[in-house]
Design a protein. Structure first.
Length: 94
């Protein structure tokens, strides 16, 4: 069973899933893409706090993340995106 801290770290690592997915879009991560993801991780403080995040990012930059991880990211983000789209639609209607 995961601890609360482990769950928080997993969610934090998933925050970079879209960048990692884009980096892998052509089937290979270039050195520039790898650097960009690592810089993004540093900017949001992931690399300094969590061994899990560091390990996960390094692994995902050397081998594509599992489909399950990307699906989890989409599942977690879906309510936020739906709410954002609804707010944008309401603004357009005004």
């Amino acid at each position: 069973m995961s601890t609360r801290q482990e769950e928080i770290e997993r969610i934090a690592a998933l925050a970079l899933a879209p960048l990692i997915e884009v980096a892998w879009a052509d089937g290979v991560v270039t050195p520039g893409e790898r650097q960009g993801v690592l810089e993004a991780a540093k900017e949001i403080g992931l690399q300094q706090h969590s061994e899990f995040c560091r390990t996960t990012l390094k692994r995902w930059l050397h081998e594509a993340p599992p489909t399950q991880a990307l699906e989890e990211w989409r599942r977690l983000l879906a309510p936020t995106l739906a709410d954002r789209e609804a707010r944008a639609a309401r603004k357009t209607e005004k």
